[in-house]
Design a protein around this ligand. Sequence first.
Ligand code: SF4
Length: 267
Amino acid sequence: MIYSYTQISQYLACPRRYRHRYLDGWQQKDSQAAMLFGRAFERALAAYFLHQDPAAALFQEWTLYRSQPLQYSHGDTWDRVLQQGIQLLERFCQEDRVRIRQPRRNLQIKFVQKLSNQNEFVAYVDAIGRLDDRACLLEWKTTSSRYPEEPDGLLALDPQLICYSWITGVSEVAQVVFVRKRLVEIQYLRTTITDEQRREFAQQVDETIRQIESAQFLPHSGIRFPQNPCSSCPYIGLCLGRQELVIAALVRRPGAEQLAWLDELYY
Ligand code: SF4
């Protein structure tokens, strides 16, 4: 079995959700504008590092979704999102703080860690390069609101960065956060992941896979006021037995669990 960060984090968020997605083959429909824009924007960034026209790449990718009935949030529209994306690319070029040498090798890099005779773990790291002339592993994020930076050191607790540090052995890590808001902004956040954190993550992967293999899929502990994780979960229709919610949010692809690690490319 091939595991990925997305699988482990979905299990930790809610084991029942993992079962819906990876055992029963239910997938969220590709209709979230923010997620699709994130994919298009990553392709534009790749074009930038390959000395191609990033704005043209973004337009080309984003145009694929122009006539699709996507779900936009915060009053966004197809045009507005494109405009913000182009502004972000211009700012990224002007600020010129990130360098990637040999971009064909150092963008979207696949790492594989053998866990046992049956299991391996796969991760796709966005880039390995330099931020402000210091070598580090880089993750791109697109979002409509700033990532929190307080308290100091918060980023070192980011589980995805810890995962990527574990699988690559690189301790210096950074997130470049492209914030789509009225006045666009780019956050350059960096931190150091310790050996202890990497060891703990390895233990967490082992323990989570042990629970998955022993078929422990109890639902999440439930309502926590004021943030009930079920209310924003795409699988709520399955848990409530509400067919109309299932049809609105999900599509079933039995057998897709064999390709589940591909999710890694999109989160
Ligand atoms: S609706 Fe709640 S219990 Fe059901 S899968 Fe989602 S998070 Fe888990």
